[in-house]
Design a protein around this ligand. Structure first.
Ligand SMILES: [Zn+2]
Length: 493
C-alpha cells in the first residue's frame, strides 16, 4: 500500500495496543488485521433472541453525515431548552452500538470511503466509491442487493443526489468528483425514488446552471424511462401516488438549503424538508409487496461542521431526527421494518465547552435564523459595514460587542484569510470558511455558545449506530463500519 505516513503507523500502533493488547506488524496491513481480529472478538450479538419474531422485509438506513455523539447531543440540548422536546435518535432506540470509521488509505475517512464501507461492506481509499484501489468491485451495494431481491430502492438526501453518501447506494467510481458519470449511473441503476439536490449534473451543458461537460439531458432520459420528475415542494405534494411508480425529485441546483435557511428565508421555502421527502418516499416504496431498501441522508450536518456553524448543525440534525421519526412511525405500522441510524464519521471535533471555563450556553444560538453560508452570500452583494451589521441584527438577532466588531472588521470581510497565524495552522482554511467574514462569524457564534472545534476536517472518533426492529439487537457492541451492511444482509437472509 502506498502513502502510509509515519503518523498513520503510530496511530495504528496505538490503536493496535489499545485494541489487542499486543503489538503486531507495524504496517498498514497490521492496522487492518489487528482491528478486524478485535472486531470479530467483540461483535458478540447474533440473530436469535427475542426481537426476531418478525422477518425483515424493509430496511431503512439513515445516515447523519458527520453526526458524531456531540453533534446529536448539542441538538438534543438545544431541543430540550428551546423546543421542550427530545431527539428520537437519542431516546427511542433500545439497541445501540459504536463503530470505527477509518478507511484503507487513512485513519480519517472521507464520505466516499465511509459510504462504501456502510453500503458495500469493504474498505477503500478516500475519494473512491464502491471500488477498490485496483478498480475491482468485490461486493454489491445494499441498493444492488435489494434490487436483486425484487425490492424497491429509495435514496433521499439534502445534498446533491450525486454526492458521495447517496452515490454509495448505486454508483461505482474511482473518484467522487466524477459527478457527471455518477448521475448517469443513477439513471442506469433506476431507483424507485431519488430525492435531493444536484439538478446541475442532470441538465445539458448549454443550459443555464449546468455543471455537465456534455449535452446529455438526463431529465429527459428519466422521463423516457417512465419517471415522474418534480422540482419543488408543491410538485412533490401534488403527485398522484397511485400513478407514481418511479420518481426523481431534484429540489436545488446544488445542495439543498440548510434547514435553518429553509425555515426562515423565503426563497428556500419551496424546498421540501428531509422528513417530507422521507414520508413521500415511504408512500411510494411501500407499494412493492416484496419490500424496499431506503437510504436517507442528513447530508449537510457535515457541511455545517466544516464551516464551524453550530446553529446550522443543530437545525440540520433536528431535521434529520424528524426524518428518523417518520421512519419510526412507519416501523410501528410495519413491524417487519428494520431501522438503522448511524453516521459516516464525525466532523470537526465539535465539543460542548471550550477553553478554560466550565461553561456552555447552547441557547445563545436561539435567535440565529440564517446559516453562515447565507450570510456570506448576502455580504458578498454588499460588504459595507452598515449592511453587515444590519444583516447580523436582522438574521442573527444580536448586537455585536466591541470585541466581536473588532474581529469581524479586522480584515476586509470578503477577502480570503491572510492571517499568517491561521494560515500556518490551517493551510486549507479558505476551503472551509470561504472568507474572513465566514471565519469571523463562526468564531462569534461558537464563542457565544462556548462550542469548540478541534479541526476543520473529519475526525477518527467512533460514531454511534442506533437500531430498532426485528433482530436489531445484533447492532449492539463495538465493531467496524464495514460490519453494518453485513449485519443488514444477515437480517435480510
Ligand atoms: Zn461524510
Amino acid at each position: 500500500m502506498k502513502k502510509i505516513s509515519a503518523t498513520l503507523i503510530i496511530f495504528g500502533l496505538i490503536f493496535g495496543i489499545m485494541l489487542c493488547g499486543c503489538v503486531n506488524k507495524a504496517n498498514s496491513e497490521g492496522i487492518t488485521q489487528n482491528t478486524n481480529t478485535y472486531i470479530k472478538e467483540v461483535s458478540f450479538s447474533k440473530i436469535g433472541s427475542n426481537e426476531s419474531k418478525h422477518k425483515v422485509k424493509n430496511v431503512i438506513l439513515l445516515i447523519g453525515d458527520g453526526m458524531g455523539v456531540t453533534q446529536a447531543y448539542i441538538a438534543e440540548r438545544y431541543k430540550q431548552e428551546v423546543e421542550n422536546g427530545n431527539l428520537v435518535i437519542l431516546t427511542k432506540f433500545k439497541n445501540k452500538g459504536l463503530i470505527t470509521t477509518y478507511s484503507e488509505s487513512s485513519e480519517i475517512t472521507d464520505s466516499a470511503a465511509a459510504g462504501t464501507a456502510l453500503l458495500s461492506g469493504y474498505k477503500t481509499y478516500n475519494g473512491m466509491i464502491n471500488m477498490k484501489p485496483d478498480g475491482s468491485i468485490p461486493k454489491k451495494t445494499l441498493g444492488e442487493l435489494a434490487k436483486k431481491m425484487g425490492k424497491s430502492v429509495g435514496i433521499v438526501t439534502t445534498t446533491r443526489i450525486t454526492h458521495a453518501t447517496p452515490a454509495s447506494v448505486y454508483a461505482h467510481v474511482k473518484s467522487r468528483e466524477e459527478e457527471d458519470e455518477i448521475a448517469e449511473q443513477l439513471l442506469e441503476f433506476e431507483p424507485t425514488v431519488a430525492f435531493g439536490g444536484g439538478l446541475e449534473y442532470f441538465i445539458p451543458k448549454d443550459m443555464k446552471d449546468s455543471k455537465r461537460k456534455d449535452n446529455k439531458n438526463l431529465i429527459e432520459e428519466f422521463k423516457k424511462k417512465g419517471y415522474v420528475v418534480v422540482f419543488n415542494k408543491k410538485e412533490l405534494e401534488n403527485i398522484d401516488i397511485n400513478k407514481t411508480n418511479k420518481i426523481i425529485g431534484l429540489f436545488a441546483k446544488s445542495h439543498m438549503a440548510y434547514e435553518v435557511d429553509r425555515e426562515n428565508i423565503d426563497k428556500y421555502k419551496d424546498q421540501p424538508s428531509l422528513a417530507e421527502m422521507t414520508e413521500m418516499a415511504l408512500k411510494i416504496l411501500e407499494k412493492n409487496p416484496k419490500g424496499f431498501f431506503l437510504m436517507v441522508e442528513g447530508g449537510r450536518i457535515d457541511h455545517a461542521c466544516h464551516a464551524h456553524d453550530a446553529k446550522s448543525e443543530i437545525m440540520d440534525t433536528i431535521a434529520f431526527d424528524n426524518a428518523v421519526k417518520v421512519a419510526l412511525d412507519f416501523q410501528k405500522k410495519h413491524p417487519d421494518t428494520l431501522i438503522v441510524v448511524t453516521a459516516d464519521h464525525e466532523t470537526a471535533g465539535m465539543s460542548v465547552g471550550t477553553g478554560t471555563e466550565y461553561y456552555a450556553n447552547i441557547t445563545a444560538l436561539k435567535n440565529i435564523n440564517a446559516s453562515i453560508e447565507y450570510m456570506i452570500k448576502e455580504i458578498s452583494k454588499n460588504s459595507t459595514k452598515e449592511n453587515i451589521l444590519r444583516l447580523i441584527k436582522e438574521h442573527w438577532g444580536i448586537e455585536l460587542t466591541d470585541d466581536e466588531k473588532a474581529l469581524l472588521f479586522k480584515k476586509s470581510p470578503t477577502s480570503k484569510i491572510n492571517d499568517s497565524y491561521l494560515l500556518s495552522k490551517y493551510p486549507k482554511i479558505n476551503k472551509y470558511v470561504r472568507n474572513w467574514a465566514g471565519f469571523a462569524l463562526s468564531e462569534i457564534e461558537s464563542r457565544r455558545a462556548h462550542i469548540g472545534w478541534a479541526s476543520f476536517a473529519h475526525t477518527a472518533v467512533p460514531v454511534p449506530v442506533y437500531a430498532i426492529g426485528p433482530n436489531s439487537e445484533i447492532f449492539n457492541g463495538f465493531y467496524d463500519n464495514t460490519e453494518v451492511p453485513e449485519k443488514i444482509k444477515e437480517v435480510w437472509g
